[in-house]
Design a protein. Structure first.
Length: 398
């Protein structure tokens, strides 16, 4: 681990010394990054995010096949990732204009604190309002986070012990819980820290514990959806909604599980959560058909591999989670694997070309393959977790 870190710091120091100003005009100089972990080809795209027009109905979600930006309102589960990406640009560059721009978007997120029709409160509110609060300690943001947690708690059924994911599909399931839902627990953990009310923490622990018990196969891969009986609280079926089939390995879902259990360990110090994260990581890092560049296929059991679409978003989530896992274990495999992912993503193969004037950084993500939607396209959450991983690598000296 030490040798890896020293080598990486040396490489980055050389890169910093050799880096040329990538902007044509000196007034644009502040848009280049001072971060040791960001290459000029990536930083050259930052101003596209900064200059994207603020519009409450057009949070950038993805790119359509015709190269038009798909904009969404705050109710969409992806809405918080764009302002969150701006906040990570602030962390990476030290330029306050990125934080200022994020705070222009955030007021349009705030009404989601009352939206009880979704489990995605953490994805939406914590990735935007929560990240802004971490920096500013703004009391208004704190109030929004607390109310958002209260609203999310209305979807927690003590009999089941989990937060219900979806209200749709009542003909298919009773009480669906998806692996993605692990990412919404951070809002609850934080609510306890902000209020002193332990009920949020207890609900999050219950949800994580049951997910650990019921979502994972013997090989440590994860099902996408576990449906619970509302009367007995017992699992009644284990299926998929976004993977290839019920027994497949939907890559982003594996990333959600890994990230979620590392995060749950951060808040609880429960060794079982850390062990679960390590087991998921071991599974992902030793897959037989893992691509050479470690950017996962959208589903690792797609029979069309190696011609199956990649999912840069899954790779970004996994890289970010592995960097946090590295900080909590003595296993020396995690950081090099994560850095290899970041090196691949921060390359011409995945960074969008500078001439493509859209508010995204990465290409080659897969959104919902079964619905033939957002296939091999830029997607906002890929950028968010990529930037978070870059920030984590910088902060830890990787």
């Amino acid at each position: 681990m030490i040798k890896t870190r020293i080598l990486f710091v040396l490489i980055l120091a050389i890169a910093l010394g050799c880096e040329e100003n990538t902007q044509q005009d000196s007034k644009e100089k502040d848009e280049t990054t001072n971060s040791l972990t960001v290459k000029p080809s990536l930083s050259a795209r930052f101003h596209y995010l900064l200059n994207y027009e603020v519009d409450s109905t057009k949070f950038p979600r993805s790119l359509e096949e015709n190269k038009e930006v798909r904009g969404v309102g705050s109710s969409d589960w992806t809405s918080g990732f764009f302002p969150g990406s701006m906040i990570y640009l602030y962390h990476l560059t030290g330029e306050k204009k990125y934080l200022d721009r994020a705070e222009q978007w955030i007021p349009f997120m705030e009404k989601e604190q009352w939206n009880d029709r979704t489990h995605d409160m953490g994805f939406k509110v914590y990735s935007s309002v929560g990240k802004a609060y971490e920096i500013t300690q703004n009391e208004h943001y704190k109030a929004v986070l607390i109310q958002s947690a209260k609203t999310l708690m209305t979807r927690f059924d003590p009999k089941v012990g989990c937060i219900k994911s979806w209200d749709f599909g009542q003909d298919r399931w009773q009480y669906p819980v998806i692996i993605d839902n692990m990412l919404n627990l951070e809002l609850l953990f934080q609510a306890t820290r902000l209020t002193g009310d332990s009920s949020y923490h207890q609900a999050a622990v219950s949800h994580a514990t049951l997910t650990m018990e019921n979502h994972f196969r013997s090989d440590n891969s994860s099902y996408h959806v576990v449906d619970y009986d509302v009367e007995t609280g017992q699992p009644v079926q284990k299926i998929t909604h976004q993977g290839l089939n019920d027994e497949s390995v939907w890559s982003r879902g594996q990333g959600w599980g890994l990230y979620g259990f590392v995060m749950a360990y951060r808040y609880t110090q429960n060794p079982a959560f850390l062990a679960q994260a390590e087991q998921i990581a071991d599974y992902l890092m030793t897959l037989d058909n893992l691509p050479e560049d470690k950017i996962f296929y959208w589903d690792m059991k797609d029979p069309s591999i190696p011609d199956a679409p990649r999912d840069a978003s899954a790779a970004a989530v996994i890289a970010s989670a592995l960097l946090e896992l590295d900080e909590n274990t003595t296993d020396e495999r995690y950081a090099p694997f994560a850095l290899a992912i970041l090196d691949a993503l921060d390359s011409e193969a995945y960074i969008l070309p500078a001439g493509l004037t859209v508010p995204f950084l990465l290409g080659h993500s897969t959104g919902n393959y079964p619905k033939d939607d957002e296939i091999d396209q830029p997607i906002a959450y890929a950028d968010y977790y990529f930037l978070e991983a870059l920030y984590r690598s910088m902060r830890s000296g990787q």
